[in-house]
Write a protein that binds this ligand. Structure first.
Ligand SMILES: Cc1cc2nc3c(=O)[nH]c(=O)nc-3n(C[C@H](O)[C@H](O)[C@H](O)COP(=O)(O)OP(=O)(O)OC[C@H]3O[C@@H](n4cnc5c(N)ncnc54)[C@H](O)[C@@H]3O)c2cc1C
Length: 407
């Protein structure tokens, strides 16, 4: 099959035929994702994504015109379950932010030029993306961001600081939220730009976490340049774009992208090896984890579900799994084997050999923060789904330049 975008036909696949196609593909590419290939983990995933795109499986629910198959979510889920049942790293760590969040936003809201420039290369894994949203003074209150973009001829000049930027050390491009107008209320003055990361005006400083892995970074922009027409949506329309990307982020996290809860099967194996499977409280925990896994799968099959729902379930599952694992592994759960300090690759510190649980337990604290905190998801569901009163917003209507702030 040609690898040119637009050449993958919408066939009248039934699900079973599609599954067979997926299994065949996964068998063919198994060696690309194996450690024995000698490639770095990022390069293994890059090779896998290229093969997947070229086989017509890299953009299952994308329109045919954008290089996709034009199939619905049942096919995406079928791919996911087939890959998961073979223990494939389908989350393509390092590429998840591009594939799960940035590229769908460009697909839905980018100009023809941006779609042509970025979709195919991103889906094939040729380019890595990061998300430049959070700032030291703007996390949950994201619309309070102060990174500034000013027009200079055919370019934007960007100055400011981002933080918590996952994968920025490897990124070629970042989706950036910047303030382009300070004289309108805070949500109205933001634009979404595509920032080339590899340029003199961008400095990335890794942040080591308690897991020892430098998963995220600070990003300093000082006179960084962006082509003027690399705006997604329109100038000043960045908040609407930001919300659209966050919806992709939450569904991608809910659907299994990004950080993984410690898998339930591993915890069951741990309970067996600890001789605890007859304990009624342990059985109850294992049943809850098994049910949670199943509920998340089912939620992902629902069309039109609010993305905060699966996101919250994943967060709950991640935290509960870590709690159960730490109880079962105690005192060995505190043992710290290997030394990932300063690396950007978690590798398999999850206790594949049943001995090293500390990484997964420490890492689990991030489930309830990344992609928006649990409290913020609950606020969103309360306001948008349950129709509860909105949170008070004292700065509503005030030009951002007049909003009191610390920086
Ligand atoms: C692993 C990980 C990866 C991340 N990757 C990225 C990334 O790639 N790019 C990026 O831009 N950001 C990233 N983030 C940042 C993440 O989006 C923020 O941490 C998150 O939005 C919270 O912002 P904050 O840390 O500033 O906390 P704050 O907003 O300061 O919140 C502090 C506490 O107050 C609570 N709180 C705040 N406001 C409310 C409210 N209105 N109602 C109730 N409770 C409230 C919060 O729930 C939280 O418990 C990442 C975070 C993590 C943990």
């Amino acid at each position: 099959m040609s690898d040119e975008p637009g050449n993958h036909p919408v066939d009248g696949h039934d699900l079973e035929a599609f599954r067979t196609e997926v299994r065949k593909f996964l068998d063919q590419v198994r060696e690309l994702t194996s450690h024995a290939s000698g490639r770095s983990p990022l390069e293994q995933r890059r090779a896998y994504l290229a093969a997947r795109f070229d086989a017509g499986l890299g953009a299952i629910d994308y329109p045919v015109a954008d290089g996709g198959r034009g199939l619905d979510r049942r096919y995406v889920e079928a791919f996911r379950t087939e890959a998961a049942s073979r223990d494939f790293d389908l989350h393509a760590s390092g590429f998840g932010i591009g594939i799960g969040m940035c590229l769908p936003t460009i697909r839905d809201h980018g100009s023809d030029d941006l779609r042509r420039r970025f979709l195919r290369s991103g889906l094939r894994g040729d380019e890595v993306w990061c998300q430049l949203y959070s700032e030291p003074g703007a996390g949950s209150d994201l619309a309070g961001l102060t990174t500034r973009a000013v027009r200079d001829g055919d370019e934007w000049v960007v100055t400011g600081q981002k933080v918590w930027t996952t994968g920025a050390t490897d990124a070629d491009f970042g989706i950036l939220l910047a303030r382009t107008d300070w004289d309108v209320p805070k949500h109205a003055g933001i634009s979404m730009l595509v920032l080339p990361m590899r340029q003199p005006g961008v400095e990335v400083r890794p942040l080591n976490q308690m897991t020892g892995v430098a998963h995220f970074n600070e990003v300093f922009m000082d006179g960084a340049r962006v082509p003027y027409d690399w705006v997604i949506g329109e100038e000043g329309n960045g908040w609407r774009m930001a919300v659209a990307l966050l919806a992709h982020e939450r569904s991608s996290i809910g659907a299994g992208g990004g950080r993984q809860p410690i898998p339930t099967e591993r915890i069951i194996a741990l309970a067996r090896s600890a001789g605890m499977t007859a304990d009624p409280l342990v059985r109850q925990d294992l049943a809850r984890l098994t049910t949670g896994t199943r509920i998340i799968q089912w939620l992902n099959l629902r069309q039109g579900i609010h993305p905060s729902i699966p996101k919250l379930w994943r967060s709950r599952q991640g935290c509960h799994a870590a709690q159960v694992a730490s109880g079962l592994a105690f005192p060995g759960g505190a043992a710290w084997l290997g030394d990932p300090i300063g690396t950007t690759e978690p590798g398999d510190f999850l206790g594949a050999d049943g001995s090293h649980w500390a990484y997964g337990i420490c890492d689990s604290t991030a489930h309830s923060l990344g992609g928006g905190t649990d409290e913020v998801q609950k606020n969103t569901l309360g306001e948008r789904i349950l129709g509860l009163p909105r949170e008070p917003t004292p700065d509503r209507g005030l030009p951002f330049s007049q909003v009191p702030r610390n920086n």
